[in-house]
Design a protein around this ligand. Structure first.
Ligand code: RFL
Ligand code: PHB
Length: 392
């Protein structure tokens, strides 16, 4: 097989890139290692920045998102048994965010791709990227029981944090910066109407908790748990009791309880690989960087990477110039490091450090109080959460 752009990975980064390229008349092939059922069942992100929604509209993938996405005008910070509203439109000059499950977005993108092309192969596992320095890099992959090759002009690794694309960077051709946090998130999905109108980020002596949602009938909730926790060690009643304790307010408020339909533990990690390009191999999304989910940035960064990349491929296609492709890594990394900083700051402000002392606890409260007392400090949080401006 031969194509112009070989895309490894059919997650949000790979699928949105494929839509952009298809619209620009550039041919590509997407290889996805998992089956279609697995990809459509995976539970992940939920919060989309305005710029992400705009990008999805630009590629014609926002029809259902525009109908079913829940537009949010702020978040709530909860600490010391009190609630504080952070008003995004007031603080940012009108910006909002949208809650729409990544699972639904991937469903929409897969449907478009299978209806209109370009080719998307499920159960097609990339084994290696060969000759990334040459004019014709090759992806070796396993599909329908045999090894095959995809010869490309360019290869884009959108294969997430455990993919093979990054491994094709030779030793010394890059550097990976990593920070592991000493706690994880237990995430659950429950068939129960959300107990709040906006997302609640709660800091409590027992640990962090987040109340999010998927629809007017489905809640998404997270608890800080120690690293190494097994989801099976948390029966449903224990989860609801712990959530109720961490969200408790002096004011009247109750947490709605209902059947839990999925449970999973996610470690918290920050990681950035520099640069995001080697020869004709480029990385995008989680393949290049992961952020702790407290800032809701991972999916948004994946979409902003491929937006920059699509523009660069379009320029190459129409003018023959590689100038934008040459600037791809630097342009993305600027935004990536800002999002990483914000995600790590939010994480440290809201989670209980396992070895923290009373001093650390007071510092966290002082940070939270500053945000709720100062319009300037709240505006800084709102600007980062709703998404820093995209490059022109
Ligand atoms: P993905 O989604 O991991 O997709 C990579 C795809 O590549 C496939 N793959 C391969 N295919 C072929 N050959 C190989 N050798 C392959 N190896 C892997 C995989 O099967 C997969 O389909 O990466 P992508 O596209 O870069 O998208 C990134 C996002 O998925 C991720 O950043 C977000 O989910 C992060 N995230 C959040 N981001 C937000 O913007 N807002 C949020 O509210 C938010 N909440 C979250 C999150 C991530 C979470 N977890 C589970 C890590 C909440 C959680 C709990
Ligand atoms: C989610 O809805 O899954 C979600 C929302 C905000 C976050 C993380 C996850 O910061």
């Amino acid at each position: 097989m031969r194509t112009t752009v070989g895309i490894i990975g059919g997650g949000p980064a790979g699928l949105v890139l494929a839509r952009f390229l298809h619209r620009a008349g550039i041919d590509c092939v997407v290889l996805e290692s998992r089956t279609r059922e697995y990809v459509l069942g995976r539970q992940r992100a939920g919060m989309l920045e305005q710029g992400t929604v705009d990008a999805l509209r630009a590629v014609g993938a926002a029809r259902r998102l525009d109908l079913e996405g829940l537009v949010h005008h702020g978040i709530e910070l909860r600490f010391d048994r009190e609630r504080h509203h952070i008003d995004f439109p007031v603080l940012t000059g009108g910006r909002t965010v949208t809650v729409y499950a990544q699972t639904e977005l991937v469903k929409d993108l897969v449907a478009l791709q299978l209806a209109a092309g370009p080719p998307l192969l499920f159960a097609a596992e990339a084994l290696a990227v060969e000759r990334p320095e040459s004019d014709a890099p090759v992806v070796r992959f396993l599909h329908e029981g045999r090894e095959q090759t995809l010869v490309c002009d360019w290869v884009v690794g959108c294969d997430g944090s455990h993919g093979v694309a990054r491994a094709a960077f030779p030793a010394g051709a890059g550097r990976t910066y990593t920070h592991d946090f000493p706690y994880s998130w237990l995430g659950v999905l429950a068939d129960v109407p959300p107990s709040c109108e906006e997302l609640v980020y709660a800091r409590h002596e027992r640990g962090f908790a987040l109340h999010s949602m998927r629809s007017p009938r489905v809640s998404r909730l997270y608890l800080q748990v120690p690293n190494g926790t097994r989801a099976d060690d948390w029966p449903d009643d224990r989860i609801w009791d712990e959530l109720a304790a961490r969200f408790a307010l002096d004011a009247d408020w109750t947490l709605n309880r209902g059947p839990i339909t999925s449970k999973a533990v996610t470690p918290m990690r920050g990681q950035v690989h520099e640069p995001m390009r080697h020869g004709r191999l480029l990385l995008a999304g989680d393949a290049a960087h992961i952020v702790p989910p407290t800032g809701a940035k991972g999916l948004n960064l994946a979409v902003s990477d491929v937006r920059v990349l699509a523009r660069a491929f379009t320029a190459l296609h129409t003018t023959g110039s590689t100038r934008l492709l040459d600037g791809y890594s630097d342009q993305c990394l600027e935004r990536v490091w800002q999002a990483t900083r914000f995600s790590c700051d939010m994480t440290r402000m809201l989670h209980v450090q396992p070895d923290g002392d009373a001093f650390d606890h007071r510092m966290q409260l002082a940070r939270l109080r500053r945000i709720t007392a100062s319009r300037h400090a709240a505006a800084e949080l709102a600007a980062n959460y709703t998404g820093l401006p995209l490059p022109p």
